[in-house]
Design a protein. Structure first.
Length: 167
């Protein structure tokens, strides 16, 4: 049950909101043709699968290493800095953004383009002004060291390890 409730956020952002946007934008799904329709759908589906893979990996890490979930109401007990988190601080949201980008390409929807931009801006503001402040309070110096060494959005090439100073 604990993990089922945590799926409310990704299902809302990845399924419910895009479906509502597509309905509100009208019946013409392929409003923007980036490529030939078949290639457009194929590229979009590849992005969706890649983004879901990143999300699954990060959710499993939250459960196994962090002993919590992605939901703000059931946060991790331990700071997760291993694996993909040693390259970038927000890989889960990057996965979400890749899935949304894939959906945008599949459907060619201008409404979804605007939604992707809105989700990115909202998450950047939320992380900067709320989540990171909470993580600083919960994990103190451990999070501050991690934040100084691992970028928010653009992954570093080499993985960071605790105690390593940024060069």
């Amino acid at each position: 049950m604990r993990y089922t409730k945590a799926l409310v956020l990704p299902v809302g952002v990845l399924v419910v909101a895009p479906a509502v946007i597509l309905v509100l934008c009208g019946s013409r799904i392929f409003g923007i043709n980036f490529f030939s329709p078949l290639l457009q759908v194929l590229i979009g589906l590849i992005l969706c699968v890649a983004g879901l893979k990143v999300m699954i990996v990060t959710i499993k890490m939250f459960a196994s290493i962090g002993e919590g979930t992605l939901a703000p109401w059931d946060p991790t007990i331990h700071l997760v800095t291993d694996g993909i988190y040693s390259h970038v601080r927000n890989p889960m949201i990057i996965g979400v953004m890749v899935v949304l980008l894939g959906e945008t390409i599949v459907f060619g929807s201008l409404g979804l383009v605007m939604f992707v931009v809105l989700v990115f801006i909202a998450n950047t503001l939320y992380f900067h002004y709320s989540e990171e402040k909470g993580l600083e309070k919960r994990f103190d110096g451990e999070y501050l060291e991690y934040m100084r060494n691992v970028p928010m959005w653009v992954p570093r090439i080499n993985p960071w390890t605790k105690g390593e100073k940024r060069s």
